[in-house]
Design a binder for this molecule. Sequence first.
Ligand code: BTN
Length: 323
Amino acid sequence: MESNRTKLIELLSNYSDRYISGERLSEQLGISRSAIWKHMNELKKDGYQIEAVRNKGYRIIGFPDELSASSIQWGLSTKWLGKNLIHRKSIDSTQFLGHDLAREDAPHGTVIIADHQTKGRGRLKRSWHSEDKHGLWFTVILRPTSLEPKDATQLTLVAAVALVEAFRQLGLEVKIKWPNDVFSRRLKLTGILTEMQAEQDQIEYILLGIGMNINQDQDQFPEDLREKVTSLKIETGKSYDLTQVFHEVAQRLEEKYDTFIEEGFEPIKKEWEQHAYRLNEWLTIKTKETFQAKFVGIQHDGALLIEDELGRQTALYSAEIYW
Ligand code: BTN
């Protein structure tokens, strides 16, 4: 269930080029005019710029460019994800604090989110550019007690599917590039970094680190990245309220995670394949040698399934792929 605040922000955002009357807002949300007025004041306090014109109504003209734990939690309607939430203006990496807090018994669903990371980390020890206030940089601590360590990679795929759905809600169709990048056109929009702490057959915790490019213009990315990455704003031409985007993602992540724990990987695998970037296309792949193969899906452990011209399938765990 979305909160009234979230619905109100959504309505105002949809009307951002015209006014929406208090009467209409109260009809749509099923709450009184004075409740609308109270919400407006709260939104203004949180940095939303709202214009109110007599006989016309309200219009949103600017979103807060800073996150805060209280404004994120206020409209968050998840059951467990983000109920414990730590916000930092600046941090080395949300993953580092995530490890510290997870070791200190932070509960399942704890979120660490930052406006800016000085040592944002990507997969394969790459760095992750985390520009101040332009994107969402956060880590979720997960404690999937029923999951075996060998199946932990599936969680990354669960997160990728959740992100696709969140972007769809925000008005953009995206694809998942194996293993776990979210792509729009041929450009990277979001990255996922999963780190696990396990002992023998028991997962102690998993850190799901997500970096989403939201409000950057192209010239706000470092020059060497400009040809490779994109943001939600570049793709749709609109600016987004980071808090609202976080709510959307948190909701989808929680739903997909719960489905995965209750029903297993099969439904997620199907959805992942429906959204896969370049599925059923021939790709150039480099392992010991370079060859062409058709990308036909993923295996249960997240490995890439490819097929040769005789229909023989192979699972690939790591390879250089010329997407
Ligand atoms: C990748 O595509 O290589 C993964 C990028 C993951 C970036 C996120 S931002 C939040 C969290 N903190 C980090 O330092 N990294 C992840």
